[in-house]
Ligand binder design. Sequence first.
Ligand code: CIR
Length: 260
Amino acid sequence: MTNGDFIAIIRPVPDSIGDCELTHLDRTPIDLDRARSQHVEYASVLSSLGCRVIELPALHDHPDSVFVEDTMIVLDELAVMTRPGAPSRRDEVHSTAEVMETFRPLVSIEPPGRIDGGDVLRAGRTIFVGCSSRSDEVGLAQLREIIEPVGYNMVQVDVHGCLHLKTGATALDDSTILCNPAWLDTSAFTGFDLLEIDPDEPFSGNVAQVGSHLIADATWTGTNQRLEDDKRAIALVQLTELAKAEGSVTCSSILFPENP
Ligand code: CIR
């Protein structure tokens, strides 16, 4: 697959981002202009890697709406509209769904189930799903019933130290996981190769995969060096402002192959 086969759905940084949900971080002022210029640069990196970038309309009344990843789980066969764990985020899902239905058949997580896309990590035909403060057993059971019949193996991972599973672990390819072992029980990844982050950079376990390339936050020089030493092709972005809203690289887009 070439990178050009990928779609990246994004949404602009809303005026209200300063009122975002925060779970593990204290609130610090977000520079809106800088957040926007970093987000524009993020979009241009996606384009430079060959993604077709689709920008959804801004949702200024939804402070976390730039973090589109949490609204949708896209697999080869179908897409799952999530039911975000934070009630303030539930209405973000509808406008993402309007665009997604042109690419995949849509199914949805139903109340009272809760799942955020940030808790769903795909590596090949394995889907790791975090049970976190946002995603619960009811939501996970619904997801299992949706994805196992289409041939995915779902593995539950208990998440304690961070917001989402993908805050602490992301896939580098179909068989390798970048992870922060301080935040996750790595026994969930048995059978996969693990690359540990630089322990001085706990938030560096989140990278986005676009074909043979990775997008990584330039802030995390130690972990990025480990990725380079592992012969990974990396494109760097700066997301210091969205990081204050507990966001990172994957959360700001929904990335998927147009024709898997
Ligand atoms: C939230 O708490 O929902 C947002 N402030 C951050 C969401 C980040 N999303 C992600 O990691 N997938």
